[in-house]
Design a protein around this ligand. Structure first.
Ligand code: NAD
Ligand code: MG
Length: 402
């Protein structure tokens, strides 16, 4: 029986993970759950899965609200809380001796510290929280090695690449005959939209992804294609790839989840319906295959699989991410921080959709880049970039009012 901690259990990935776990009561048990603000949803999950611990973020007294609700529901789950920050309690459930697997499914920089704690504690880390690797790639991969953790990518592209690589790829991509990693991208909801329309895009339009149902932040990232930029950086760290070994191709159907090209010209791909329960099941069952309730792929019904080149003028975020990756040090953490602030501002109607890349570019032109040897250095760089991004958002708003 494997005991599982889910960081971010009320989110899109968290809910899909619980759905897979529920199908295998003989294999998996929920050890701990966490959420940011949705008290009632977490209470209902606790009622159903009876975890030993639950963690709520400290804002709005959510932990005591949850504890009260659990008492009413007669659930014995213990609510862990911290003064000021939830990081301590999240790290505790991520690294607890009694948990085997940790699903890292918090969105954004908030997921870094607990994901890192799971890696250091030698857990099987199912990594959905790509921002953790983008911010702290070297530190994270070192923690995985030193902690003896097993890192399994849950992001569908990286899971596809993992499945398409030979098991001994850690010897080095060159060593195992890999020429290139090819990340597929759907192109999001605005792939063919007239550029002049993008000025007035609303948050709901940006979150209406043609193939995937996801949380709002990653949905906006998919619409700007910063998601693919972050994934390029994620691939660089997960597979120790050089920037020039990572390519992006648009594939609007999201059936091929990514590919690996070998020196002999072979290209190995992983296909499937766009359903995150496939990579989640893979991560939970590995090295076995388990049923995650995913519908059978019907290629005859799909009909066409199409491909096209990425339009960098339409999607400048991909170039910004490649630039940050090549620069190294804290640059990717600063890119990520600026993006989080810009996306947040867009989602709360404080920034135009087309100004998201402009805010990021302005931040990256002002920050100073340093080494990323420690979590402190990375968090300081993250904080600086956030500050500059908030200023850039205000400046853009003032310009757009003129
Ligand atoms: P979501 O917004 O649906 O859920 C996020 C979860 O994190 C929620 O449980 C929320 O309570 C928690 N959370 C948010 N802010 C927090 C904070 N400050 N502190 C603690 N907890 C916090 O997001 P999602 O779509 O499930 O995505 C989660 C992660 O997985 C993201 O990093 C995303 O990029 C990645 N991912 C998601 C998908 C997908 O299909 N949804 C696919 C690939 C990768
Ligand atoms: Mg992805």
């Amino acid at each position: 029986m494997k005991k599982i901690t889910i960081l971010g259990s009320t989110g899109s990935i968290g809910v899909s993970t619980l759905d897979v776990i529920e199908r295998h009561p003989d294999r998996f048990e929920v050890f701990a759950l966490s959420a940011h603000s949705r008290v009632e949803e977490l209470a209902q999950q606790c009622k159903k899965f009876q975890p030993r611990y639950a963690v709520m973020s400290p804002a709005n007294n959510a932990a005591s609200q949850l504890a009260k609700r659990l008492t009413e529901l007669n659930v014995s789950t213990e609510v862990l809380a911290d003064a000021g920050t939830s990081a301590g309690a999240l790290e505790a459930i991520a690294s607890h001796d009694d948990t085997d697997y940790v699903m890292a499914a918090i969105v954004g920089a908030a997921g870094l510290a607990p994901s890192l704690a799971a890696a250091r504690a030698g857990k099987r880390v199912l990594l959905a929280n790509k921002e953790a690797l983008v911010m702290a790639g070297q530190l994270f991969m070192d923690a995985v090695k030193q902690g003896g953790a097993t890192l399994l990518p849950i992001d569908s592209e990286h899971n596809a690449i993992f499945q398409s690589l030979p098991r001994d790829y850690e010897a080095g991509l060159h060593q195992v005959g890999v020429k290139k990693i090819i990340l597929t991208a759907s192109g999001g909801p605005f792939r063919t939209r007239a550029l002049s329309d993008l000025q007035n895009i609303t948050p709901d339009e940006a979150c209406a992804h043609p193939n995937w149902v996801m949380g709002r932040k990653i949905s906006v990232d998919s619409a700007t294609m910063m998601n693919k930029g972050l994934e390029v950086i994620e691939a660089r760290w997960l597979f120790d790839a050089k920037p020039e070994q990572i390519e992006v191709v648009i594939h609007p159907q999201s059936i091929i989840h990514s590919m690996v090209e070998y020196v002999d010209g072979s290209v190995i791909a992983q296909l499937g319906n766009p359903d995150m329960r496939t990579p989640i099941s893979y991560g939970l069952g590995f090295p076995e295959r388990i049923d995650g309730g995913v519908a059978t792929l019907n290629l005859a019904r799909t009909g066409k699989l199409e491909f096209e080149a990425l339009d960098e003028d339409r999607f400048p975020c991909v170039r910004l991410a490649y630039d940050a990756m090549r620069r190294g040090g804290t640059a990717a953490a600063q890119l990520n921080a600026a993006n989080e602030v810009a996306v947040d501002a867009f989602l709360s109607n404080q920034l135009a959709f087309v100004d998201i890349p402009a805010v990021i570019e302005s931040v990256l032109s002002k920050v100073s880049f340093t080494n990323a040897h420690s979590l402190n250095e990375i968090m300081a760089a993250d904080a600086d970039a956030r500050e500059l991004a908030h200023q850039a958002v205000i400046e853009r708003r003032m310009v757009s009012r003129l």
